[in-house]
Design a protein around this ligand. Structure first.
Ligand SMILES: Nc1ncnc2c1ncn2[C@@H]1O[C@H](COP(=O)(O)OP(=O)(O)OP(=O)(O)O)[C@@H](O)[C@H]1O
Length: 228
């Protein structure tokens, strides 16, 4: 049940966002899409979710079309700007999410999974940035997705929260694709790193291979500086 980009290109008017991008992700793998601002990571995630269609090439998600995979509830996503109803409590939002997916996971299970038990009665308004991110994560996991997309999931999290977040993700053992600016995060948590620069894949390999590639040095330094 692979997920694949086959020579995918996408442009916004005259601005090319992705050019001739190909990769195949087997199930169970955790893959980082590593790139600077504007590299094309969010566009790739949108294409994988069926929110955009490629101008050329094809996108396969879990062996079929992105639309079918999403409609069947096989895909979970944590997007950068996922809005949450501010006047609802954490518990209300989680219950709504479990209801949508026919209770594939219980609310209690999700609250525990995302480390939200202590704040379950709080309104979203009264949560920290990191806690809100955990609510988004719980919502993404409600349907027991086989494949999880995370778009810069730990931007709002401090070091400790970042570790906890990744522990939860890894325990679930799904196929995970995450977009990040952080080489360290890709190195620590991904099995594989795909480096995107100005819409092109410039490296694809294990974290050790990518870090060991001298020809990538400038691009990786730029990425790290871009993330400051
Ligand atoms: N709606 C849009 N209209 C025009 N150009 C866009 C639009 N959205 C993105 N772009 C451009 O497409 C390219 C890829 O953007 P994308 O958001 O996919 O990058 P990204 O790697 O996710 O960046 P970031 O790390 O800043 O989120 C950039 O050049 C960006 O300016």
């Amino acid at each position: 049940m692979e997920t694949r980009f086959d020579k995918v290109s996408y442009r916004y008017g005259s601005v090319p966002a992705l050019t001739d991008v190909s990769f195949t992700v087997p199930s169970g793998q955790t893959v980082a899409l590593l790139g600077a601002n504007g590299a094309g990571k969010s566009t790739a995630v949108d294409l994988l979710l069926g929110l955009k269609r490629p101008r050329s090439g094809s996108v396969t998600v879990l062996g079929g079309s992105p639309h079918d995979a999403v409609a069947a509830g096989r895909v979970g996503a944590l997007l950068q700007s996922g809005g949450l109803p501010t006047d609802s409590t954490v518990q209300e939002i989680i219950s709504l999410a479990t209801g949508l997916y026919g209770k594939r996971r219980t609310a209690a299970e999700l609250l525990d999974l995302a480390g939200l038990l202590d704040v379950k009665r709080r309104k979203v308004d009264a949560l920290s940035g990191g806690q809100k991110q955990r609510v988004r994560f719980a919502v993404a996991m409600a349907g027991k997705p086989e494949l999880l997309f995370l778009d810069e999931p730990t931007v709002a999290l401090d070091f400790k929260a970042r570790r906890q977040f990744w522990r939860s993700v890894k325990e679930l053992g799904n196929t995970v694709m995450f977009a990040t600016h952080y080489l360290d995060e890709a190195d620590e948590y991904a099995d594989r790193v795909i480096v995107i620069d100005k819409g092109h894949v410039i490296a694809d390999g294990s974290p050790a291979q990518v870090k060991g590639d001298k020809s990538l040095e400038n691009a990786l330094v730029a990425l790290t500086e871009g993330a400051q």
